[in-house]
Design a protein around this ligand. Structure first.
Ligand SMILES: [Zn+2]
Length: 428
């Protein structure tokens, strides 16, 4: 996609042209209004003089002179040529901008579009949720009011809390996030350990890694603000449960860090060339951002939402797929009218690889039956290594015990020899 790679350069050029247009527009407006004001002044002046002249006597040859004077003044202004020359310059700049934009966006992306019937109310909700998710509350409120989205307050409240907590974290106030974690601690633990934690006896009594990350940050803040004594007191108060939940090494590392940075030493470098020596990673600003990211992820997960707004993901996936779709559209257009393609099934005749970040649920479609695998019909690996769904095997073998031939190679097998495959679920 050579066009795509070049686009930042041509886009910059287009932006430069846009700046030129803005400047020309200002000049044009200033000059035009200047000319108009001069005209108004001349006319008002003339009216003034006429009224003085006519009030003195009934009829005055002076009147003729005043009007002629106005005509001369107007002629001297060259209003039309002045205005038309600046307007021409503006139009020139606008058409140059249009050309630069055409150059920057050479692709007609509409070729890849299919008419999709989307429920406007659902789409509005998705947009509103995206705006709140990203913390654009003012824009979100304006959108909700204009589009008439129902139940927006309930949609907004959890995100308002999330962004308020993040803001406080950036101000180095960890109180709100610690309170939040305490309130949601059971859900956090369940989220981290999966449903199996509920069955085990101590599964939910031990704190989660996220809770440890929070208290680690709080400990380091105490160290920076109050020095070693305060930090140590914090550790004694909060760390024992983490030692039990598998964070012993993490706690030990924090104890080591105690020696490398404290208030009494004025936060100076003790260990090596970097501040904090071997513990430099604990003292950098990166740790806070990492915890904020983790908080966003946990918070969204508890809300039943993805970390990234669904709209953002859909747009990103669409942009990634666009080159393939445009190529497909250009090939198909020659052989098949676009309208026909639009009425085809949901499936595209090409693969659109999107990368791992867009994999949310692994699915297996049986190459024999074309059906998607499920708990009742799991994917099975034959001894030869080929994979088909269980129902397809039963259909081919005609019984659960009879030997059958693999549909893809000559190897024979029985259902008992086949291995059920478990697809990993991507979390988060
Ligand atoms: Zn095979």
């Amino acid at each position: 996609m050579a066009n795509m790679e070049e686009s930042p350069g041509v886009l910059d050029l287009a932006l430069q042209e846009a700046d030129k247009v803005a400047k020309r527009q200002k000049t044009c407006a200033a000059k035009t209004s200047g000319v108009v004001y001069k005209l108004i002044n001349a006319v008002e002046d003339c009216l003034q003089r006429l009224s003085t002249a006519s009030s003195s006597t009934g009829h005055n040859p002076e009147t003729m002179e005043i009007v002629q004077n106005l005509v001369q003044q107007i002629d001297a202004l060259h209003a039309i040529s002045e205005v038309s020359s600046v307007t021409k310059e503006l139009h020139g700049a606008v058409s140059k901008l249009a050309k630069a934009i055409d150059k920057a966006f050479p692709l007609d992306v509409t070729a890849a579009m299919r008419p999709v019937q989307m429920d406007p109310a659902t789409l509005d909700r998705v947009v509103a949720e995206h705006l709140y998710h990203e913390g654009a509350f003012e824009v979100g409120d304006a959108f909700v009011a204009e589009a008439g989205v129902h139940g927006a307050d309930a949609m907004k409240a959890p995100y308002a809390e999330m962004h308020a907590i993040i803001e406080e974290m950036r101000r180095k106030n960890l109180e709100p996030v610690l309170t939040w974690a305490e309130r949601n601690s059971e859900a956090l633990r369940r989220f981290e350990r999966g449903p199996s934690a509920i069955e085990s006896t101590d599964g939910l009594s031990l704190p989660s890694s996220f809770e440890f990350a929070l208290h680690r940050l709080a400990f380091l803040q105490e160290l920076e603000r109050g020095g070693q004594g305060t930090a140590l007191a914090y550790a004694r108060r909060h760390f024992p449960p983490f030692v039990a939940s598998g964070h012993l090494a993490g706690v030990q590392r924090l104890m080591g860090a105690l020696a490398f940075r404290s208030k009494s030493e004025g936060c100076t470098d003790v260990g090596g060339d970097k501040v904090g020596g071997p513990y430099a990673d604990l003292f950098g600003p990166g740790l806070l951002e990492e915890v904020i990211r983790a908080f966003r992820r946990q918070c969204c997960a508890l809300l039943g939402q993805a970390q990234d707004s669904p709209l953002l993901v859909a747009v990103a996936a669409g942009s990634a797929a666009l080159p393939t779709l445009l190529k497909l559209a250009s090939v198909v257009a020659k052989t098949q009218p676009a309208a026909e393609l639009a009425h085809q099934a949901d499936e595209l005749p090409v693969e659109v690889p999107l990368g791992r970040e867009f994999v949310f649920h692994s699915i297996f479609a049986c190459p024999v039956s074309r059906e998607q695998s499920g708990p009742d019909n799991p994917p099975m690996m034959l001894p030869c290594g080929h994979c088909i769904c269980r129902l397809s095997i039963v259909r081919i073998a005609k019984s659960a015990t009879r030997a059958f031939k693999c549909p893809y190679c000559p190897v024979e097998a029985t259902l008992g020899q086949c291995l059920e495959l478990h697809l990993p679920e991507k979390r988060g």
